[in-house]
Write a protein that binds this ligand. Sequence first.
Ligand code: CIR
Length: 254
Amino acid sequence: MTQFSRAIARKPAENYAQGLTTVQATTYSYDALLKQHQTYVETLRSLGLEVSVLDPLPGFPDAYFVEDTAIVAPEVAIITKPGAISRQGEEASIADALAVYRPLAYIQSPGMLDGGDVLMVDRHFFIGMSQRTNLDGATQLGQILEQYGYTWTTVPVPSGLHLKSSVNYVGQQTLLLTEELAERPEFKNFSTIIVSKLEEYACNTLYVNDSLIMPAGFPATRQQLETLNSPIIELDMSEVCKMDGGLTCLSLRF
Ligand code: CIR
């Protein structure tokens, strides 16, 4: 599996609570969010990544979820067309940041695609069909990736925001996923760790340079992940999760 040397993140904006969410939180703390974000960035740095932290984007309260705006493969970065209208436009400044590192390609309207729906495992891409990603967007992405020898398949996203809300690669040919996705034929060549209903948020665990970064507070999932013998780091994501965000969405790793 690819070792990452860099990441791009973005500082959350003060008006982050105006972003899209399905969670009905009653209190918000910008200080807590900044602290959680900073710890996240420091954790990536501790794993050997050079992390650039971009400034908040005025008018885009969800823009710190940078993962949705690009797919970064070793040969090319694909700038997405985010599926939520309020997020369309975030991608322009990510394109500028990525142009330094990769040639760029673009998803074009009426295609739409969020990076949270794209799971890369070695030379294969799983692309979730969700409320944010349509077949046109997935096909455009797939056709760009094919030019570099990658393969791809679409996977339905039956619940949750994005594909990676429900499935992630955790090393050793293993996927961490919901019961709902466990029997999908697209995943038949993998070992699986099935996350219990009560701990589904923990599916969004981030595998970086042989370590696993997981959200704090999911002991049953932690116990299952321990069988992989990779170092595990737990991070408090309580404020991020109020905005439907998780560990993967806070950065682009490459
Ligand atoms: C949204 O609804 O777009 C943001 N509030 C959350 C995006 C989370 N992104 C991700 O999981 N890749």
